[in-house]
Ligand binder design. Structure first.
Ligand code: ADP
Length: 270
């Protein structure tokens, strides 16, 4: 499936990602952890081709995506939807239109210019919002929603692309514990129910351990851990974070504390 080989990204003299290699041979839920500046975000941005690689190869089902250009590159970006810490919605636009933006890559320039959406697309957008428990807010401006609701709208926009992979760059870093849990539960259920690969940069160990099948630890651009949550011992975590404050912060964070709640039903608190 997704194979990363000797991937490197340099910004001038600064090597943000150093010779990173790993393979995912089936859709799984992957957590990438590491201190701030470890290269997590640059890695995700290269996978989705928002950033070009300096050297190395990214391939998916045998296609070298690190070399794609033009339309093929845009198609890959559509297969590989991204979710950001700050949600990146259009704040003054209504929720359903924000979700419909997820079809941009697949629409003609004319349809895009005049904001023309098919009835099927609109119904699908509402269906996805419903699945994520936020359809009651479909006609509100995005900025009127709470952070957790906005992140679920951003996930709905990503699902509208029907992506093979969801890349989430610190998806819960701006959320309170309850909303952080709802968003992580949502990502996990999308993985479980749709069999989509989810790769999330996470800044706490607890969250990665609790939600991910595989954890990749980065330090100063390099992969220093690649294994299951069980294999992530305190010693391994120290290797990832160093024995400084960022380790104790990451290890002791109580970002998500409550037991899991259902999220794919309309029973979610709106
Ligand atoms: P993380 O996501 O783990 O916090 P980043 O991938 O954001 O780490 O950053 C890794 C390194 O690359 C840092 O030293 C950062 O300053 C540098 N970096 C990231 N993006 C850019 C950029 N666009 N231009 C220059 N340096 C960058």
């Amino acid at each position: 499936m997704l194979e990363i080989k000797n991937l490197t990204k340099s910004f001038g003299n600064n090597t943000a990602v150093k010779n990173v290699s790993f393979t995912f041979d089936r859709p799984m839920m992957v957590g990438i952890i590491g201190a701030s500046g470890a290269g997590k975000s640059t890695l995700l941005r290269m996978i989705n081709r928002l950033a070009d690689v300096t050297s190395g190869v990214i391939s998916y089902d045998g296609i070298e995506v690190s070399k794609l250009n033009g339309k093929q590159r845009r198609n890959w970006q559509s297969d590989c939807a991204m979710i950001f810490q700050q949600f990146n919605l259009v704040p003054r636009m209504d929720v359903v239109s924000n979700v419909l933006h997820g079809t941009l890559n697949k629409r003609s320039t004319l349809a895009t210019l005049f904001n023309l959406y098919s009835k099927d697309d609109i119904l699908r957008a509402i269906e996805i919002l419903d699945r994520l428990g936020v359809s009651a807010h479909a006609s509100k401006r995005a900025e009127a929603l709470s952070g957790g609701q906005q992140q679920r709208v951003a996930i709905a926009r990503a699902l509208m692309q029907d992506p093979k992979i969801i890349l989430a760059d610190e998806p819960i870093a701006s959320l309170d514990p309850m909303n952080a849990q709802i968003v992580m539960d949502t990502l996990r259920q999308i993985h479980d129910q749709d069999n989509r690969m989810v790769i999330a940069n996470l800044h706490t160990l607890d969250t990665a351990r609790r939600y991910c099948d595989r954890i990749i630890g980065m330090r100063q651009g390099a992969v220093v851990f690649d294994g299951t949550p069980d294999q992530l011992t305190t010693e391994a975590a120290r290797e990832i974070y160093g024995a400084d404050n960022s380790f104790s912060e990451a290890a002791t964070s109580t970002e998500i504390r409550e037991p899991a709640m259902p999220v794919m039903a309309n029973a979610v608190p709106a």
